[in-house]
Design a protein around this ligand. Structure first.
Ligand SMILES: Cc1ncc(COP(=O)(O)O)c(C=O)c1O
Length: 276
């Protein structure tokens, strides 16, 4: 999503500890100004790069600078079954994460093997069991070589969707940011213009399903979900832009094995649902 620096700064208070911009759907968030706001106030910044494998911002791969976390959950572009990748250019933070992720031991099996460290690792502090397994990692590594090929295909398919949906008045695809970036096209998200369409978003998704087109909802606004409504007294009206999008958005199929004929089928089904 595109967030202006002014909008962000309005929400920073003396209690703000962390800013987590999301590289949503594979588009790069405008990290430069956000990082400046965070740095100026000494607030820590972690980029949510769950959707951003191979996304570039200002000519640089997301994850190369600062601190970011990528997801390898089964619905992501490459998967390790479950698991994430933590990247940081802060060496002290990396060392601490490494220690905490494996029982608070000073070294892990990889260190012992590659750096001939002592086999008798010692617990230096209470830690967690948050390491990825070797089997999961092997699964992820085996897919890495194909990411660029997958991305190129996804970009072609996304362009196919965009071109075909241009003539559908009721559909508003997510805007692609104008600043220099490379989209990784994790999701192709459209918003249904409910003022123009004859049906609401949920019925639209249901009707597409009846035509054999699967869609997803990424995502319902968090602050309107039960826990946050009840535990934190959050309610409609607090985040109008988020709510507007949450009420209208839906992800249409986008995966590397799709063909442009499949894109035709998706768009034709969309047109059919809207024309009845
Ligand atoms: C934007 C975003 N952030 C974070 C996550 C969490 O990733 P994981 O389930 O691998 O922890 C997801 C998962 O779908 C996501 O879409």
């Amino acid at each position: 999503m595109i967030v202006s620096r002014d909008a962000l700064e309005q929400h920073i208070t003396s209690r703000t500890k962390l800013i987590i911009p999301v590289h949503f759907a594979g588009a790069a968030a405008d990290i430069g100004p956000i990082r400046k706001s965070a740095d100026d106030r000494g607030i820590f910044l972690v980029e949510d790069a769950a959707h951003a494998l191979w996304t570039q911002y200002m000519g640089e791969q997301v994850g190369v600078k600062g601190t970011s976390i990528f997801s390898f959950h089964p619905i992501k572009k490459i998967t390790t079954g479950e698991g994430v990748m933590f990247c940081s250019s802060d060496q002290a933070l990396l060392d601490r994460i490494r220690q905490l992720k494996f029982h608070g031991l000073g070294v892990d099996a990889y260190d012992r093997q590659t750096q001939a460290r002592s086999a008798q690792a010692e617990v230096l502090e209470p830690g967690y069991k948050y390491n990825i397994t070797d089997i999961s990692a092997a699964l992820g590594i085996s897919q890495l070589a194909r990411v660029e090929q997958f991305n190129a295909r996804r970009a072609e398919l996304a362009a196919g969707h965009a071109e075909r949906l241009e003539e559908v008045d009721e559909i508003l695809p997510l805007r692609v940011p104008a600043y220099p970036m490379k989209h990784a096209w994790y999701l192709y998200i459209v918003r249904l213009d409910t003022e123009k369409a004859r049906l609401g978003r949920n019925d639209f998704m249901r009707e597409l399903k009846q035509r054999n087109i699967g869609t997803g909802l990424h995502f319902r606004a968090i602050h309107l979900q039960k826990y946050y409504r009840e535990a934190m007294a959050m309610q409609r009206g607090m985040l109008p832009n988020t709510e507007w999008n949450s009420d209208r958005m839906c992800s249409v199929p986008l995966f590397p094995d799709m063909t442009l004929e499949d894109v035709d089928d998706v768009v034709n089904a969309i047109k059919e649902c809207l024309s009845q």
